[in-house]
Design a binder for this molecule. Structure first.
Ligand code: AMP
Length: 551
């Protein structure tokens, strides 16, 4: 531990990143595997590798109490020392000087103590902490406390630890980052890089792999330009939550997009996974799905973040997993295989409900892709994923092998009915516009939202003058205006809402254009809003899944 502390102190003593990397690299090179694993994790300011999903559960107050009780200094002096450093570890280093009986403490001792602290409850956490601190020299204690506090504060980012691993073992930094993306664990990364173990055993079941992500594109032409492929695969873009399923015999674990374990939230997937009959790591999207219909995201939300799901909720909001990738099969890592091969193996699994396959189509040119895209939208889907069939699975990367084609929804032409004075830098101008569509059944205007973005300061200034003259009722903060200004607004979605008489509210509306050319009589109608809602945001009538797995 003293070597660790000395290396940490030397890293902290220089501001030059190259020098930091060199010092840390030299230190890492001296370590045997187990210590290397520990040191890389601790240097990143963590007590445990993130993949172990462990937390110490030890607060600031316990830490400071332990240091105070070991220290020979009184309260006032401790306070003065703390103010000098404003860092728990640095404080502890000085506060404990001359107060401990140092003996050789190893990184293994540190690990064992952290594990004991984690396992202990409440006040019982203090004793093992204190016992180890008493055996440490002040410099070791300083760094031990930093590890526990979760911050090194020696100007060492995880990126620099990666660079130090590269330096220590003569491995290109890109390779280190790649291994780290796969393992999500800097300690494991260090050990693999030391041994040049880049490919062989890349996937360890129940250690989550970072998800491959997609880059956004606007048009089918752009898809072909950017991907540079003659032929692309398309899949529906399902509107659920990303999920990674690990299954080995009867053990099953699920992970969310941020690599948190979510096994408890989806028991139907866990119960049915053993029936898959193979050890697998699957990548897919969880959807709420009842009676052959995909339920709205809003329904799925009720299932998220739960440790346990009661039977009633399972009945009301059952889930399925729509799978689009296979990363590991019966001990074999498939990430470097092309998507075509992975998909073929996936189809060969013969999956059954609640496991379904993403619907797949192939497009050979932009026109073809555009047709598929239009059909997807007709089915009420928000977009299309486009994938290069020859691409490997690149964890954690938002590259060009996966693209997402999302077209902004149809815009609406609306009329401004009320305006409000702005805040902050918009103080003194009328900048927030409530707008309406026409309800043709009554002939009245009904509000559907409020927009405050999309116009330049100059436009807002001009509008302020215009709206002041158009005011029909001055309510102080708000002014009702004659409905004459027509705007075209874009938005993210439509919700049912009690806030407006129309019963609908546009989410995140923004002004795209001022439609001075358009008479108020021609603005969009409430029927059109209802139609868009039903089509895109209401309960979907059809689930576009692959025929292969439909049950
Ligand atoms: P975004 O959240 O807009 O970056 O879009 C990427 C997300 O779309 C992924 O993280 C998945 O959760 C989701 N998604 C839905 N369908 C698919 C699919 N067929 N392939 C990959 N990702 C998908």
């Amino acid at each position: 531990m003293l070597d660790f502390a000395r290396a940490g102190a030397a890293v902290g003593a220089t501001t030059a990143t190259l020098e930091k990397t060199r010092i840390l690299g030299a230190y890492l090179r001296t370590l045997a595997d187990d210590d290397l694993r520990r040191a890389a994790v601790y240097m990143s300011g963590r007590a445990f590798p993130p993949s172990q999903r462990r937390t110490l559960g030890l607060g600031w107050s316990t830490l400071s109490k332990v240091v105070s009780s070991v220290s020979r200094h009184g309260e006032d002096e401790l306070g003065r020392i703390f103010r000098k450093h404003s860092d728990l570890g640095d404080w502890a280093g000085e506060a404990l000087d001359g107060s401990t009986q140092p003996s050789a403490v190893t990184l293994a001792d540190v690990e064992a103590t952290l594990e004991t602290i984690r396992g202990a409850r409440g006040n019982a956490k203090a004793a093992p902490l204190e016992a180890l601190v008493r055996r440490m020299d002040p410099e070791s204690a300083r760094f031990f406390i930093k590890i526990i506090a979760g911050e090194m504060r020696i100007g060492l980012s995880e990126g620099l630890v990666e660079a130090a691993i590269a330096e220590a073992f003569g491995v290109p930094i890109t390779q280190v980052k790649r291994v780290h993306l796969v393992t999500g664990d800097i300690g494991e990364t260090a050990v693999r890089c030391k041994h040049g173990d880049f490919e062989a055993s890349t996937i360890t079941p129940f250690q989550p792999v970072r998800f491959m992500l997609a880059s956004p594109v606007e048009t089918p032409v752009e898809v072909f330009d950017r991907m540079g492929a003659g032929k692309v695969w398309t899949e529906e873009k399902y509107d659920g939550v990303r999920c990674q399923l690990h299954r080995q015999a009867t053990r099953v674990e699920l992970f969310s997009r941020d690599l948190k374990e979510t096994t408890g939230a989806f028991p139907e997937l866990v119960e049915n996974a053993p029936a898959i009959g193979h050890d697998v790591l699957l990548d897919g999207e969880v959807l709420a799905h009842r009676d052959g219909r995909v339920l709205r995201f809003f329904e799925l939300q009720r299932r998220l973040g739960r440790k346990k799901v009661v039977a009633e909720l399972r009945r009301e909001v059952p889930v399925v997993l729509v799978i689009f990738d296979l990363l590991w099969l019966d001990g074999r890592t498939l990430m470097d295989e092309p998507l075509t091969a992975r998909r073929k193996l996936l189809e060969g699994l013969g999956l059954e409900h609640p496991f379904l396959l993403a619907r797949l189509e192939e497009a050979t040119d932009p026109e073809h892709l555009d047709r598929i895209f239009a059909e997807t939208r007709d089915r009420g889907n928000e977009g299309l994923m486009v994938k290069d069939p020859l691409s490997p699975y690149t964890p954690g990367r938002r590259g060009l092998a996966w693209l997402k084609l999302k077209r902004a929804l149809a815009t609406l032409d609306v009329v401004v009915t009320a305006v409000e004075w702005g805040h902050g830098k918009r103080r003194g101008v009328l900048s927030d516009y409530t707008f309406a569509v026409k309800d043709t059944s009554t002939g009245r205007l009904v509000n559907v939202g409020k927009a405050y973005t999309g116009l330049t300061d100059a436009e807002i200034a001009t509008f302020t003058q215009r709206f002041l003259q158009m005011t029909i009722e001055d309510l102080g903060h708000t002014r009702m205006v004659r409905p004459e200004v027509v705007l075209e607004v874009a938005f993210d979605s439509i919700q049912h809402s009690g806030r407006h008489l129309s019963g609908y509210a546009l989410r995140f509306p923004r002004i795209v254009r001022i439609r001075d050319d358009k008479p108020v009589g021609e603005i969009d109608t409430l029927e059109r809003v209802a139609e868009l809602y039903d089509r895109y945001f209401g309960e979907k009538s059809e689930i576009p899944l692959s025929e292969v797995a439909e049950t």
